[in-house]
Design a protein around this ligand. Structure first.
Ligand code: MG
Length: 458
């Protein structure tokens, strides 16, 4: 049987892998899976193809008998939150998040507003590929309603969660990536008194300002704008506003794990819980800050769905997040929320001091990233050999974590050897308190991995 779903729902290049025909058939399969009489909330980002795909998805769902409510252009976290808060049976977001403009995607949601389980996805794929979708008769075709006003409920809940503060005197560059956060984040910050310098602030699915991935490379112009505009600091969303990246007042890119560390301290101090959930690839600064504030880190595999699963399982979760700027506030909703992150950072700066002061409280680590080319079919054997090498060589190594790849933990840093999920590559990266140590350790392991790959290739 064929596969539709990847790690983050269905994703592909529009008109090639992802067509309106696929979206309609997926809608019919999802509607059939839901039993044909469910209430489904849909929304999407600003991409040129989003309305077309959303209409097709809705056509399939209503043909199966489901009622569809369309919230319109909306950040992914808004749709996720509203599915649960408004009591819908299911949801769907049409978005390709941070991917380039030629991509789009469809993320299906359960009644809790989170992604579907693997079993549910398999069943929907079965219905899709066996063309087992059930159309209802004319009396039972689902209704379709537009309800952009539902977004107000999300906005109110966000404001309530962050709490009132006076942003007067703050000057902040907000780069909304011409995406789904464009109409919300700058407006909310202005209402809180923050002087907002908007960049890429009109919704435009061609992404004329920059690529929607908020990487250091894509944010060069925004970074110099922060410097030139005399702002206190800057912030940048990805295309669907579930992520947020910070830029210091002097235009430096702040890796997402540092904002995660900042907000972990906040969440622990606020008594939200005592566990911080993050993938093994995140900076050690998160662990240090968590422990300093009486909390602990639960390490997971890489990827948002596993962080969410672990947050569901955790008995006292305070916060979850990734090094890409995606932070999950479990007492708000189990979804990444870049809008809450934007507001909370402004609140912390307004109340506690400049962003640089806040970041100065976080221990600094130097990250060194590299990789070794390796064919996909060799990856499992390479990793087996890496594991046995690690067994032999435990000097300096305090701990070995094999949750995802092999992570060697040292007193002052770590090295992670992990096969890439998307490329013929074994990633070798790590950090240490000083740059030389980081480079030395990572390069040592890169040479070893390269040797293993060469030997296996004969
Ligand atoms: Mg995203």
């Amino acid at each position: 049987m064929g596969r539709l779903f990847g790690t983050f729902g269905v994703r592909g290049v529009v008109g090639e892998d992802l067509t309106e025909d696929l979206a309609r058939r997926l809608g019919l399969a999802f509607g059939t899976y839901l039993g044909g009489d469910a209430e489904v909330l849909i929304g999407g980002d600003t991409r040129t193809s989003t309305d077309t795909l959303k209409d097709a998805l809705a056509a399939g769902l209503t043909a199966a008998g489901c009622d569809v409510t369309d919230v319109g252009v909306a950040p992914t976290p808004a749709v996720q939150y509203l599915v649960e808060a408004e009591g819908f049976d299911a949801g769907a977001v049409v978005t390709a998040s941070h991917n380039p403009p030629e991509f789009n995607g469809i993320k299906l949601l359960g009644p809790d507003g989170c992604g579907l389980s693997k079993e549910a996805e398999r069943e929907i794929e079965r219905i899709y590929f066996e063309e087992d979708g059930e159309r209802v008769g004319w009396r039972s075709v689902g209704e379709r309603t537009r309800a952009p006003e539902l977004l107000n409920g999300f906005v109110d809940a966000v404001l309530d969660y962050v709490g009132d503060f006076d942003g007067e005197g703050l000057r902040v560059v907000v780069d909304a990536a011409n995406g789904a956060g464009a109409t919300i984040t700058p407006r909310l910050l202005s209402e809180l008194g923050v002087e907002v310098v908007s960049v890429n602030a009109h919704p435009d699915g061609r992404f004329p300002g920059r690529e929607p991935e908020p990487s250091e490379e894509n944010l060069r112009e925004t970074m110099s704008m922060v410097r030139a505009s005399d702002a206190d600091f800057g912030m940048a969303h990805d295309g669907d506003a579930d992520r947020l990246i910070l830029i210091t007042g002097d235009g430096q890119f702040v890796p997402g794990d540092y904002s995660l560390a900042l907000l972990s301290a906040w969440a622990l101090e606020e008594g939200k819980g005592r566990q911080i959930v993050t993938p093994v690839s995140s900076s050690m600064c998160v662990q240090e800050v968590a422990e300093e504030h009486g909390g602990e880190v639960i390490w997971t595999k890489v990827g948002e769905p596993v962080v969410v699963e672990e947050l569901k399982r955790a008995d006292d979760p305070a916060l979850g997040g990734e090094e890409n700027g995606g932070i999950i506030y479990p007492d708000f909703h189990l979804s990444r929320n870049g809008i809450i992150t934007a507001l909370l950072i402004c609140r912390l700066v307004a109340e506690e001091g400049s962003l640089s002061d806040l970041l100065a409280r976080i221990p600094r680590y130097h990250l060194h990233k590299t990789g070794v080319e390796c064919p996909d079919d060799l990856k499992p054997r390479v990793m087996e050999e890496v594991e046995s090498l690690v067994e032999e060589e435990r000097e300096d190594v305090e701990d070995v974590i094999t949750i995802d790849g092999v992570k060697l933990v040292y007193e002052d840093g770590w090295v992670l050897i992990r096969p890439s999920g998307t490329e013929p590559l074994i990633r070798v990266f790590g950090e240490a308190r000083d740059e030389d140590t980081a480079v030395r350790r990572v390069e040592k392991w890169r040479r070893r991995v390269r040797e293993i790959v060469r030997n296996l290739q004969g």
